[in-house]
Design a protein around this ligand. Sequence first.
Ligand code: FAD
Length: 678
Amino acid sequence: MSKANYTIETDICVIGAGHAGCEAALACSRLGFRTVIFTMNVDSIAMMPCNPHIGGSSKGHLVREIDALGGEMGKNIDKTFLQSKMLNVSKGPAVHSLRAQADKAAYSQAMRAVLEKQENLTIRQAEVTDILTQPEVEALELFADDSGGHSVFEGDSVSSGNAGFSEPSASSEASGPSRTEKPRVAGVKIHTGMVYLCRAVIVCTGTYLHARCLVGESITETGPGGMQRSTWLRDAMGKLGIPLRRFKTGTPARMDGRTLDYSRMKIQPGDPVVVPFSFSTDPADVQIEQVPCWLTYTNEETHDIIRQNLDRSPIYAGIIEGTGPRYCPSIEDKVVKFSDKIRHHVFIEPEGRFTNEVYVDGMSSSMPDDVQQRMYRTVPGLENCVIVKNAYAIEYDCINANQLKLSLETKAVDGLFCAGQFNGSSGYEEAAAQGLIAGINAVNYLRGREPLILERSEAYIGVLIDDLVTKDNREPYRMMTSRAEYRLLLRQDNADLRLRKYGYEAGLITQKQYDYVLYKEEKIREETERLKKVKIGAAASVREILKSLGSAPLKTACSLAELICRPELSYEKIKELDPDRPALSKDIVEQVEINIRYEGYIERQKKQVRQFEKLEHRKIPSRIDYDDVGSLRNEARQKLKEFLPSSIGQASRISGVTPADITVLLIYLEKNRGNADK
Ligand SMILES: Cc1cc2nc3c(=O)[nH]c(=O)nc-3n(C[C@H](O)[C@H](O)[C@H](O)COP(=O)(O)OP(=O)(O)OC[C@H]3O[C@@H](n4cnc5c(N)ncnc54)[C@H](O)[C@@H]3O)c2cc1C
């Protein structure tokens, strides 16, 4: 049986141990399912191939939401950060967002340690080369052997030739089976020929699938950071009728920090008091000695070198096939697209506490090495810089997430889920958020339960997934606060109040954690009401206190809540006027203050949400036949058949579906209420 393959039975296979895969695998195993997580290299678990920071505008919101639901990213960065800052504090709370510089090596090691300690979870360094459906597994002839495993003989339908492999074909055209009986996943195969039998698969291959890295004319067929790329899954996705496309992204060079002159830059320290990402982290545990970042700028000399060599840039020479992210432009793009700008920000960020390597944020590039050497040295402070790792662009295979349901399950194959960069998003936080939801929903699928679908009015994660699945994204999707229409309600400070219940219902949040949120909600409600009820008169003592706080005297009695709304006052500042106040923790006070100060805006947004939910909760039966909906316009009919929206709300966000089409659909559903459900 020398050529025999070997099988192992498990419940869920997670392909990829990046930011998406780690969250997915932890969710599945923590919910009691045997899970195997595959990676090309165990040393790349939760690797940060690009910027050394977690969070930032809107991304900090995602991390808080992941944590509120029971994910790991927030806890992991609280253990491994170098510096932390709350961004946008001069603006309203809707855009306050935490950003922490990470010690990359420590972040990866800490996440690996969590995976290794996790019950029901097996880590496997192997390339997954195929995803098997039920008929393919049934075609495997299985013979029990004495080690409790099974053997598979060559010549069965799964593979042909030695080790059953043939070179992956160039085209990624989908050639999948007819749509009558939807295929269902039943296993994965790895490069050794071993088969893992399972009932759900989550694909999180990130930037590895058919990846190639470009530094000018030098092109290497590797994954990020020189890691081995993966190749075979391209054919497997084609076999399953799931077409792929090419996206690209880029990263700047890494420098030897000892060769930089920081006296020519502006120091960027962290916040004096650090706020943790995780609601479970004790704030006292994150008050550490921080490592600064530094600010410098490009200049006309930098821009000239780039302009003179644009023909050698793989992006401008048309060598790169993949589409790149508009919101993470390379320095070449910035120089070409913003030619009026005389300088661009460059942030020097530490890669770790125990390395000299620093990251040159703001100058990602794929220019040839010799051009990189010259362009970086024009930047003040980098005159004598030594490049440790070149800047490069990477292009890779990913899917169009329109092929997914809002649960992140594929429409084409039951039990097959996708998450992360492979879905066409960009960013650690976006990837982790999708991984967590895909993990929770793979478990719901196996339990025969309804999937967890967060609405746009509930979470940035809801906005992220709805945009990926419903909108026509032609470039890597990056989260931004402007994408969230209800952002005043989706603040990073209230993620626990919005989402803990879903984490608790999924089984990832403990009773104790959930009880605390219920207690917190109650205390917030009580205190807000009390502050509205307690009146302060215009007595001399009050006038004195208000004067000491630089606030105008009262003409008539007013409530404590009205006082708190004065820009120069706050809950903390009026404590002398409120001797009977209860002792409340900082997180509760923060909510009370925001609820009082922004009450009008919040109520208005809640009213908009009630309007939004009317359409969002008008479900469209999955068996609807759009050919039967008479007066739909052809474009709308074609788009609705392609996207298969689950609600009128989602249908109304599909480009090419007009309000008139929505009216037609609503009338049809009303007339046929109950028929299509049969
Ligand atoms: C060069 C570069 C620049 C970037 N620039 C930015 C940026 O500017 N802004 C931004 O927001 N994000 C950027 N990113 C993206 C960011 O790194 C990713 O968003 C994030 O890492 C995606 O996480 P993921 O879990 O989806 O995939 P990755 O983190 O890519 O993890 C993929 C995992 O899948 C495994 N794998 C792949 N194929 C197989 C297989 N067949 N079998 C077994 N294991 C497999 C790999 O070993 C790895 O563990 C950049 C990434 C790179 C590489």
